[in-house]
Each structure stands twice: as C-alpha cells, then as structure tokens.
Design a binder for this molecule. Sequence first.
Ligand SMILES: *Cc1c(COP(=O)(O)O)cnc(C)c1O
Length: 456
Amino acid sequence: MKTIIEPFKIKSVEPIHFTTEDERVGILAVAGYNPFLIHAEDVLIDLLTDSGTAAMSAKQWAGMMEGDESYAGARSFFRFEKAVKDLTGFRHVIPTHQGRAAEKILFSLMGGHGKFIPNNTHFDTTRANVEFSGAEAVDLPTSEGLQTALVADFKGNIDVEKLDAFIRDKGAGSIPLCMLTVTNNSGGGQPVSMKNIRETKEVLKKYNIPLILDACRFAENAFFIKLREDGYAQKTPKEIAQEMFSYADGCTMSAKKDAIVNMGGFIALNDDELSIKARNLLIMTEGFPTYGGLAGRDLEAIAQGLTEVLDEHYLTYRIRSVQYLGEKISQAGVPILQPPGGHAIYLDAKRFLPQIPADQYPGQAIVCELYKAGGIRSVEIGSVMFGKYGENGKLISPPMELVRLAIPRRVYTQSHIDYVVECILEVFARRNSINGYRITYEAPQLRHFTAKFEPL
Ligand SMILES: *Cc1c(COP(=O)(O)O)cnc(C)c1O
C-alpha cells in the first residue's frame, strides 16, 4: 500500500517561531511550569488541543466573504441550517457560539436538583454545566474503556446494562435525558459503535427518556464504524453519520472540532416545545435565533466544514495521521492508551514514569520535558486536572495519569509529526532521571489552567 498523504496542498502558511532549549528552560520557569501560561508564539508544535485550531479550506475562506451579516434571517443561517438538517435530520437547529453554550441552554432547561444525566463519559464542560444546574453527571463507560493497554474496537461505548440498572434504581422520572459522547473525548477519543448507540436507544425508549448525542467528533466516530463494524464497510461516512443521528432525539455540537472551524457550535432538537424554550433562552444569552452568537461568515464556514469533514480522503488521512504518531512511539516502547483515538494520542504517565507518585504529578513532568526537548505543548489529564483533596488534605487522584497530544485538523504535516516522535523518544530515553513537581499556587476550581509548579 502507498503512503497515505495529506489530501490538500498548502496555499497559505504561518511561520513557526523557533526557540533554543536554553530559552525554553527559561520560558517554562517564567510560566510556573504550566504550558497553559506559555505564549503560543514560544511553542513550536502546539498539541494542546484540537479545538478551534484547524486550518480552514479555500472554500471555507471564500464562504467567509459570502457571509450575510443581516441581524435576522441571514442567507448564511439558512445555508447552515440546511447543512445541519441534511446531516442530522433534526427539525430544529439553533446556532451557539461554541459547544458549552449549547450545553448551558440544554441543562438550564432539562437539568436541576435531584436529576441525573448519564453519559458514556462526560466531557469537562458538559459535566460542569450539568452540575451547575444542580443535577448529577454520571459516567457509565464499559470496563473495557478503563483499561489503557487493552486494544479493542469500541472502547468509547456506554455500558448498556449498567444504564438500564441505573434507570431502574433512580427512576425514569429523575433522568430527563441520556447523552452519548461520540467519540468519547475524556475516554481517550475512543469510538462508540452503531450497535451501542442502537442498544442505548432501545433501553431509553422503554422509559421514554430522550437520547442526546454530544456530537463534537461525529465524523471521526462514523469513520471508525466504517473501518471496524460489520456491515458498514460499503457505506459512506455521511450515511453512517446520518444513521448515528437517526437514533437520537437531538445533539449538542462544538463546531470547533468536526466542523473544522475556529469558533461555533449548535444545538439541534426534534422536540418542538423544548426548541421554543431553547430559542427564548438563546435570545437572552447568545443572540437572535438566526445567528446565536456567531457572525454570518462563521455560519458559512461551518456549513462548508460539515461537508468537507465527511470526505473519505480527509477521514482516511485524519485517522491515519493520529495512528501514525501512536504507532511510531509505541513500537519504541512508549506506553500509550491503546488503540490510538480519533483526535489525539494519550501517553500513559503512570507507566512512563513509574518512579513518580501521583502527588508529584508524573503527567505534568512529561508535559514540561516535551516542551523543553522540542517546544511541544501538550496537556496533563490526570491528578493536576482532576485531582481533589480529601478531608485530611491528601490528594485523591483520578484512575489514570495521562498526557494528551491532540492533533489539530489539517495543520501539521508528517515531518512535523516525525519531529514530535523524535522528541518523545528523547524524553523517554532519559525517563529515569526525570523528577516530579510540587504545586505552589492553585485556584479553587479548574486549577490546571492557572496553577504554578516547582520542580522537586
Ligand atoms: C470541546 C467539547 C465540548 C465543548 O465545546 P466547546 O466548543 O469547547 O465549548 C463538549 N463536549 C466534547 C466532547 C468536547 O470535545
């Protein structure tokens, strides 16, 4: 088989600002060993997130000029609405400025005290919006999904039996909706199978509970179904995505992921009454229902992006380029969460740095070393991000200590990724001499964004 190439030519380029290792040591110290506090200009390869960091196509940029900026009833809105309806089949399409704004509207209307919202795994903003409404966010991943070294096709699945038992235990009346996050971002970008979506819907139907997809990476999920699930090899990614949406009653979406734009989102629903309430809330917090916090040009770019993301050449390249990074480093012995997900590679920091205990933040140590070695920015997803303190002041760690390397869409080439591989292997080779960190400052909530550290 021939090399899978980037399915595009580069028309516009953005120079990378180079730094030396000595300079980076200084930059990191000034940033308190927290890469969130480094200026982006001082980063060579930025793998902090795949959210809003994509390169738009010439057609998307052309759409930006076509954008109709009318306050009400803009042409761009109708193009956007048509694209979302064609894809999802939902009757009501409501634009929002990003995914969490859609979540805020949904849970303001359907959340509340005494309610439970199950999901395969809630993304952090989803969890925050559920909890802010007073409801409880419940993760029901399969046990497979929690084993980092296990290779399986659909580790993003929800545990359908646990879901059924959970509904019987709490009572359907206290569960206003169930979500499925495709792909499962917090669970390692792992896909959810069509069978799992269908079975989830069957369970929910018995209790009359609606299913809402957190659809941020619907196209990557659809392509994994095509590659891995029986009966889907001959279907197009679009047909598969349409079938995924057909089992749901609505979705929330961050267009910053699989709509390949830098800003935007939407909520789409079938329920007429709920949609009226959502639009009324939207007018108060986001904007008029035909722009919802976005410019007309943003709506144009989303409509175009939703088409491009389902192109098979694009998806082949996308999934393969992430897998390529995962393969290169795991073949050299670097422990990663297996198999590679759709948008990111997750280093298993517990196995990478077994000498560093969780309360000395092994993930943060790797993040700092990758920046020093090659100017690569990654993010810790472990005790820094999710750690809590018990009553005795001792750290309570989450089950996994991970470092996420998220790949922006259409931004980096294979040689950029080869460089990332070299830096990871260099850090891995000297892993025995790497030390942990201590937190010197932290905010009471979402501490990972602003915390400061000191090397031990
Ligand atoms: C990014 C993301 C969100 C939130 O979207 P924003 O556009 O960042 O507000 C919600 N769910 C998942 C799975 C995501 O990846």
